[in-house]
Ligand binder design. Structure first.
Ligand SMILES: Nc1ccn([C@@H]2O[C@H](COP(=O)(O)O)[C@@H](O)[C@H]2O)c(=O)n1
Ligand SMILES: C[C@@]1(CO)OP(=O)(O)OP(=O)(O)OC[C@H]1O
Length: 159
């Protein structure tokens, strides 16, 4: 049995915020803003996993009105959801992610993010792919107003 899910998320840039993407801090003059640490990629992956098991979305599990999740570490949120995936009897088949950012250049950080995502999903790095693209200076990402990301996940039933 296999299950597929997809995720998409956007966060806006703000001054005096760290830029956290894929569970790591990336040097940049601005960071992303949100109720949590605004890790756009981990939110995308969390939504993809929830989609695959038919469990709604991240806001349903971690409402942005709940002070418990203020400045939350998104890695912890993903770990919590991954326990649900595990409890349903599924493990990662593979995941493919795209970070949509005009800046910063993600290439130097991609392998570190890949390794961290694999760790969070209790999988091998070969099961995780992380890509980045600009939007050629077009749209809100092109104007550097924020960063978006997308992911498709495949879950497979454990033996
Ligand atoms: N924030 C980004 C965006 C892109 N890259 C890398 O550059 C390549 C070319 O991007 P285009 O948007 O011009 O197609 C892309 O394939 C990535 O390897 C990046 O590192 N960081
Ligand atoms: C993660 C949560 C909860 O802290 O807040 P945000 O950081 O605002 O992120 P969003 O992508 O809007 O997803 C759901 C939220 O409820």
């Amino acid at each position: 049995m296999i299950r597929v899910g997809q995720g998409f998320d956007v966060h806006e840039f703000a001054e005096n915020r760290p830029l956290i993407i894929g569970g790591i801090e990336i040097p940049h003059e601005r960071g992303l803003i949100g109720h949590s640490d605004a890790d756009v990629l981990l939110h995308t992956i969390t939504d993809a996993a929830l989609g695959a098991i038919g469990e709604g979305d991240i806001g349903r599990h971690f409402p942005d009105t709940d002070p418990d999740f203020k400045d939350a570490d998104s890695a912890k949120l993903l770990e919590h959801i991954w326990k649900l995936v595990d409890a349903r009897g599924y493990k990662l088949g593979n995941i493919d992610c795209t970070i949509i950012a005009q800046k910063p250049k993600m290439a130097p950080y991609i392998e570190t993010i890949r390794a961290r995502v694999a760790e969070l999903l209790q999988a091998d790095a070969s099961q995780v792919n992380v890509k980045a693209t600009t939007t050629e200076k077009l749209g809100f990402t092109g104007r550097e107003e924020g960063i978006a990301s997308m992911a498709t996940i495949l879950l497979v039933k454990k033996d």
